[in-house]
Write a protein that binds this ligand. Structure first.
Ligand code: LLP
Length: 403
């Protein structure tokens, strides 16, 4: 049991709390699922990019899936070796591509023909060959929220199979490109195995057809997307996930690379916020807390459900309330019509499953400093990012003030 009251007292609120033991257990379970096969778990840093969290995964042997050169730098700084870092994203600029090649990361995930040409041109300027993988869009409906679905032709990600094939041939014929991998990622918060299996089959077939023309790849990168329980949803067991993928690879000797984000960190994280007021407008009851959409955007952006636990001495009958923050937007809520007992000022609400896409999607909207982040390991707690001060928020503007 985590003593949220003591943590809130010591570190203040709003506060992110991450349980490192939980993250380790998730990592081990997934790694174990691919036992007997060469595999790299490349943590998708975007889910939670705090350096101490990335360092924690680095110590466990994790690689990193990055989507900006900033993330690549974070991964290296946190101790992830370059040979376990991959770089994806539809819009890498020249400087990012150059730095990725110079840093000699495992490979760049290329997402268009135009990008392939840029990578080749920059590698030539540097007099080096660049390892690449191509992100294939298998046109599979992942049956998840449309905002986090990525493997349909309607989505901006990757290239279709005929284009991918053409690109592999171009890469093979280029002195400056070394095609080593293939990649797909059909979406996030996946709770069905079938779309993953179908996508893996399509991509494995492409690998076989490439083999027939002497293009031998080493890495089969299945992206991220493993869903977690926010509520009572059925989720995919890592073992079944691994079996479904491995089942498509008969007679192919490939290293499996997977890019989990949410699976590793979401349920290790809690967002702790304090009750400021209760109020009622007509029939509608509100609990106003000190955290807001700038701290945790998922409910506002996706209408996402997060379980919320009240820490209070009151144990009256729950009533339905909207839990809202101080930001000047009607969309600033953590839950609507949520059952909670009557609360007192300074009671705490703990928002669960906040360890992925929580802090990282935060902002300074309404000139609100970002929350502090702490991690716990057993009974030990440690500050891993201090609360932002007003001075932090204005420091990049202040020097430009004119009289
Ligand atoms: N690999 C690629 C290429 C990705 O685009 C993503 C996530 C991942 C791996 C990691 O996916 P995960 O294992 O975490 O599902 N902000 C949204 C999620 C956006 C995911 C973007 N890409 C949310 O809060 O649900």
């Amino acid at each position: 049991m985590i003593d949220f009251k003591a943590l809130a007292k010591k570190y203040g609120t709003p506060l992110y709390v991450y349980d490192l033991h939980y993250m380790s257990a998730q990592y081990k379970e997934l790694k174990e699922a691919f036992k007997g096969r060469k595999s790299i778990i490349a943590y998708a840093i975007k889910a939670n990019s705090n350096l101490s969290i990335v360092r924690h995964f680095a110590k466990m042997g994790s690689g990193a899936d990055c989507v900006s050169i900033g993330e690549v730098r974070r991964a290296l700084l946190a101790g992830i070796p370059a040979y376990k870092i991959i770089f994806s994203g539809v819009g890498k600029n020249d400087e990012e591509i150059r730095e990725a090649i110079e840093k000699d990361i495992l490979y760049i995930n290329v997402e268009s023909e135009a990008e392939l040409q840029r990578v080749a041109a920059i590698a030539e300027e540097l007099g080096k060959s660049s390892r690449i993988s191509i992100r294939v869009n298998p046109n599979i409906d992942p049956q998840t929220h449309p905002y986090i679905s990525t493997g349909l032709h309607d989505n901006k990600f990757g290239v279709d199979i005929p284009t991918a094939k053409r690109m592999y041939i171009q890469a093979k014929n280029s002195e400056y490109l070394d095609p080593v991998g293939i990649h797909f990622h059909i979406g996030s918060q996946l709770t069905q195995l079938q779309p993953i299996r179908e996508a893996a089959e399509i991509v494995a077939d492409l690998i076989r057809s490439l083999q027939a023309i002497d293009i031998e790849l080493k890495f089969f990168d299945v992206g991220g997307g493993l869903g977690i329980k926010y509520d009572n949803e059925e989720t995919i067991k890592p073992y079944d996930y691994a079996q479904a993928i491995l089942g498509t690879l008969t007679a192919l000797d490939l290293t499996i690379l997977c890019e989990p984000g949410r699976f590793l960190t979401a349920n290790a994280g809690y967002f702790v916020t304090k009750v400021l007021y209760e109020k009622q407008n007509g029939e509608k009851k509100f609990v106003v807390v000190d955290g807001a959409m700038n701290d945790l955007l998922r409910p506002s952006l996706y209408n996402a459900y997060h379980k919320i636990e009240a820490i209070t001495d009151n144990n009256g009958e729950p009533r339905e309330v909207d839990i809202v923050g101080p930001v000047c937007e009607s969309g600033d809520f953590f839950a609507k019509n949520y059952p909670l007992p009557t609360l007192n000022r300074n009671d705490l609400l703990v928002v669960h499953s906040a360890g992925a896409y929580g802090f990282g999607m935060g902002s300074n909207y309404n000139t609100r400093g970002r929350s502090a982040e702490i991690c716990i390991e057993g009974s030990e707690a440690r500050l891993i990012r201090r609360r932002e001060s007003f001075e932090d928020l204005i420091c990049l503007e202040q020097e430009f003030l004119v009289e």
